[in-house]
Design a protein around this ligand. Structure first.
Ligand code: NCD
Length: 306
């Protein structure tokens, strides 16, 4: 039995196979429509979510399975003081696989240790978000045709943005990937990623504050929102929240084939006028999230479709 806590829980070969499977699901959805008949997915969400929870549920329903779960800690026994370990023990009796999102870093790992079903980390605090990374990789590979030889700009809240942490860890495994880290001083990448991943593996990167300085060089721009819920005080959030706003005028500095990704939800960091630009790929990205989660569920449940 396998759990997915970080993108590194899959080898590069396994990841390639998973993305191939996701592409096949995209092309031949009917082939997979009953693959998980009789199986149940539990979604245990202790933190708000739209895309991640609904795309997990859509993924299981598309596979012919069923879903159960809760979408806030208040509506679960966590409100009565139950531990994550006890909740997953019980969930293991009801479901075949589980996706869990929690505000505390490491909570999904604690759950996986007490679980007798595969557990997927659907986001733990400011730490990791591996299934968003799978979504991002599928989007990048589908749009650019490759995962190596790319200069990638990561912009916004690089400190608390868990999607960025997972994405960097996954992308450094491909050849000739360079990063431009675009953030205000206070929201720079945490050292466990900057030193522990980029410096340690001698990955080329630079840190800049102005988006305009980075735009002309980029093959991909990954925008993120400032993570309001992880700030200690409202004042700092208000000061930071509109630090970056990508609009049509700024986009003129970018290459004609520089795709814009965003895990969503968007707040103000991408002006709505950008949505009609052919390079805006964030809504397509959300669709890819369903295919890749279908592929992940099939893989973890060891369901083979011929
Ligand atoms: C992201 C998350 O939850 O970390 N959202 C998502 O799952 N697509 C990004 C965010 O909330 O800013």
């Amino acid at each position: 039995m396998r759990h997915i806590m970080s993108p590194l829980d899959l080898s590069v070969e396994e990841l390639d196979q998973l993305l191939d499977l996701a592409n096949d699901i995209e092309k031949n959805p009917e082939k997979y429509a009953h693959a998980c008949a009789g199986k149940k997915l539990a979604t245990l969400f202790y933190e708000p979510s739209t895309r991640t929870r609904l795309s997990f549920e859509a993924a299981m329903l598309n596979l012919g399975g069923s879903v159960l779960g809760f979408s806030s800690a208040d509506s679960s026994s966590a409100a009565k003081g139950e531990s994550v370990a006890d909740t997953i023990r019980v969930t293991s009796c009801y479901a075949d696989i589980c996706a869990i999102r929690h505000p505390k870093e490491g909570a999904p790992l604690v759950a996986s240790m007490a679980s007798s079903i595969p557990v997927i980390n659907a986001g733990d605090g400011g730490h990791q978000h591996p299934t968003q990374t799978l979504t991002d990789l599928l989007t990048i590979r589908s749009l650019k045709g490759r995962l190596g030889d790319l200069t990638i700009g990561l912009c916004g809240d690089l400190k608390f943005g868990r999607t960025v942490h997972s994405l960097i860890q996954a992308l450094v495994r491909y050849p000739n990937v360079k990063f431009i880290l675009i953030s205000p001083e206070e929201l720079r990448l945490p050292s466990y990623i900057r030193d522990g991943v980029l410096n340690k593996q001698q990955i080329p990167y630079k840190e800049v504050e102005r988006l305009e300085d980075a735009l002309p060089e980029l093959d991909l721009l990954y925008m993120t929102r400032v993570q309001k819920e992880r700030f200690f005080n409202e004042e700092d959030y208000v000061r930071m929240k509109d630090f970056y706003i990508l609009d049509k005028a700024k986009l003129e500095l970018a290459k004609p084939d520089m795709y814009i990704l965003h895990p969503l939800p968007r707040v103000n960091e991408i002006a709505v006028e950008v949505d009609s630009d052919p390079r805006a790929a964030y809504f397509r990205q959300a669709q890819y999230g369903v295919y890749v989660r279908m592929a992940l569920i099939l893989t973890l449940l060891e369901v083979k479709v011929c």
